[in-house]
Design a protein around this ligand. Structure first.
Ligand code: WTA
Length: 653
């Protein structure tokens, strides 16, 4: 039975506050709210206990937490291997024959490819030797450009095994985007495939990989054969995965890594035109990945976990690889699209494979809602016991639909707030403790502390306006340890706004109730398009290289399904605006960045609002596309531009 308490909160009209059922409390790993207080009394001791209990270490650490602002370290002197923790220790236990990954494939009808922990052990060991045989060693970077097939996890774990940091690049990113990331990381090898299936069609991936590696440090390209389609081949550089695997030794000793050795680099969008390589290290990251997976999703050995994120995002790293595998869970890994062969696909997979815990993004929930409840009908979803979301704020409607239609009012909805930089979830309710409140993420994960600050850095409280969300020390063990090759950017992005005692998240937040956070969205020029993180500046750069473009400004506009989409305001040199030109510019963005970055609208304008010093006033453009009051316009040098733009975007006063 669920317990529901109705609260009425004046300013929001918020009525629903849900508490865990007695059954959930009984089942849950944690169900006692005093945990928060205990962890808060000594977060360092709390995390030390977690690291000891959750992971296998080759050597324990000498010092749990060391600060050297803006840097900090966890488990200093501790030695471990992430792959050993995700694979070996389970393959040596009763979990040997337990399904680790159920790879659900396209085209529909192809049987799922299931890897037990022992299968994973065998594959990962051999692939680790493949990489070593190609000359990849400890500290060398390996780029991975693979779709949603279990070889992605195998390749990542093999890298972790030999101590070579991986840099996974989203398979829908363009050749140019891949090239940028390969160059920045200085990768020695690339792991990719011939192609993959999307909505029944074979998509060629190797072409992009070929264009990307040209002229870079990549000496070897390992190609997994997925579709069997024709691909170009460079002798000596390109190797078939299956051929190398045949000749590889079956066992590869895991490298003894330092807790603070880099596990991976993951590129993400910031406010500049170039993506930044977020660095995650081994011991702290894995500790937080393990415990957030176990406690947030309340994963038990009987569960079947499905996180729908692409492997190219941090959610794919932490909740399709390091989290579920370190806890020894069974997970679904789905290659295809949610609407192929029809819009019931996701529900069919949940029913067919007995998914018990489902983790997805609000964008998908809005899409499912839009498709209509009839797609759920006829599917038995009663096996589900927990639902979760990530990536963007979720509206009350979407939350309630998810809770009622998908969860049948039985399953808590865990709304997890976190970032590529934070490595794991940080703010959310815990299933056995609650409460679960639509539009409210919840509390700081035990052992972490967040605050909301005003402009001057003063702490805000309940009832105050939204402010800046920050994290206080001791900083979570899973936090980033730097930006690859760019320490200045690390300092500037996270530690300058409020100094070295507050990690600056760039998100806005306010309190819903004591300690419970409601996130209000990004405060910088980073947008979340269908849950994908994208920088306005990257899209601007992609458009500005067109010879007819004089100037361009990109801002996020609200979108019913995707949450936000980029709108580009473009001033041309001396060409007349036309639909063809708009299409050319759109195509250029897709070519340079990839289809997920496609601008929703190109607005040709004679002028963009700017300050007297010549800076584009994005604030004004944002208000216009959101149909919000434009506010103070006295600092605009060309106020007439605002009036023109109002007409162009259909602004209603
Ligand atoms: C946003 C994704 C509201 C936020 C794990 C953050 C959210 C950015 C939530 C990071 C949530 C993530 N509620 N907003 N539950 N989760 N965000 O790096 O703006 O792709 O800064 O990491 O997503 O996006 P990233």
């Amino acid at each position: 039975m669920r317990e529901i308490t109705k609260w009425v909160v004046e300013d929001t009209g918020q009525k629903e506050v849900f508490w865990p059922s007695e059954e959930m409390k009984r089942l849950a790993w944690v169900n006692d709210a005093s945990l928060y207080r205990q962890a808060d009394e000594d977060p360092v001791a709390f995390w030390a206990e977690r690291a000891r209990e959750g992971l296998d270490w080759f050597r324990t650490w000498d010092e749990t937490y060391r600060r050297d602002p803006p840097y900090f370290k966890w488990f200093v002197g501790g030695k471990l291997n992430a792959c050993y923790n995700c694979v070996d220790r389970h393959a040596k236990s009763w979990r040997r024959n337990k399904a680790a990954i159920i790879g659900v494939r396209e085209p529909t009808g192809e049987p799922a490819k299931t890897l037990t922990y022992h299968d994973l052990y065998r594959e990962v060991n051999r692939f680790a030797n493949v990489l070593k045989d190609l000359g990849v060693g400890r500290g060398d970077r390996v780029s991975i450009y693979l779709p949603m097939i279990p070889e992605a996890q195998i390749a990542m774990l093999a890298c972790a095994r030999i101590g070579a940091p991986h840099s996974v690049v989203f398979s829908a990113f363009s050749a140019d985007s891949l090239k940028d990331r390969i160059e920045d990381a200085g990768s020695k090898a690339l792991v990719t495939c011939d192609g993959y299936y999307r909505r029944g069609r074979a998509v060629n991936l190797k072409d992009n990989a070929d264009r990307a590696v040209e002229g870079t440090t990549v000496a070897h390209v390992v190609v997994f054969r997925r579709t069997g389609q024709e691909v170009d081949w460079v002798e000596g550089r390109d190797h078939w995965w299956h051929e190398l695997m045949e000749g590889a030794e079956p066992y590869c000793e895991p490298e003894v890594m330092d807790s603070e050795d880099t596990l991976y680099i993951l590129y993400t969008s910031g406010t500049t035109g170039r993506p930044k390589g977020v660095i995650h290290t081994t011991g702290g990251y894995l500790t937080q990945a393990y415990w957030t997976t176990k406690w947030d999703f309340d994963l038990h050995d009987e569960d079947v976990f499905w996180c729908t994120s692409d492997i190219g995002w941090v959610t794919g790293h932490t909740y399709n690889v390091y989290g579920p595998l370190s806890v020894g869970a069974t997970q679904i890994f789905y290659e295809g699209a949610p609407d192929f062969p029809d819009r019931g696909r996701v529900w069919e997979i949940i029913e067919r494979h007995g998914v018990t815990v489902f983790y997805t993004a609000p964008t998908l929930i809005r899409m499912f809602m839009g498709w209509g409840d009839e797609w759920l009908e006829g599917h038995d979803l009663t096996g589900l016991r927990l639902l979760a979301t990530v990536g963007e704020p979720i509206s009350r409607d979407a939350w309630m639909w998810y809770f009622e239609q998908v969860g049948g009012c039985r399953c808590p909805v865990i709304d997890t707030w976190w970032q590529t930089e934070t490595g794991s979830t940080l703010i959310n309710a815990l299933p056995g403790i609650g409460p679960f409140i639509p539009t409210v993420a919840g509390r700081s994960f035990p052992g972490t502390r967040h605050e909301i600050l005003d402009d001057r850095g003063e702490a805000l409280g309940l009832g105050d306006d939204p402010g800046y969300l920050v994290q206080r020390g001791p900083f979570g063990p899973g936090m980033l340890r730097g930006i690859f090759g760019n320490p200045a950017m690390y300092e500037e992005n996270y530690w300058t706004r409020f100094g070295h005692d507050a990690y600056f998240s760039s998100d806005g937040a306010r309190y819903f109730s004591e300690g419970n956070f409601r996130l209000t969205g990004r405060l910088d020029d980073v947008m979340k398009v269908a849950g994908h993180r994208l920088s306005a500046a990257e899209v601007e750069n992609a458009i500005a290289t067109h010879p007819d473009v004089a100037e361009c400004a990109v801002v996020p506009a609200p979108h019913e399904i995707k949450g936000e989409t980029p709108w580009a305001f473009v001033r041309l040199k001396d060409r007349e605006p036309s639909d063809e030109l708009a299409k050319e510019l759109t195509d250029q963005v897709v070519k340079v960045l990839g289809p997920t970055c496609r601008p929703e609208r190109i607005v040709f304008t004679a002028a963009v609002p700017r300050t007297r010093s010549g800076k584009i006033m994005r604030r004004i453009l944002k208000s216009l596309v959101r149909n919000e009051p434009v506010g103070d316009t006295t600092t605009i040098e060309n106020p007439e531009s605002v009036e023109d733009l109002k007409t162009l975007v259909g602004y209603k006063e």
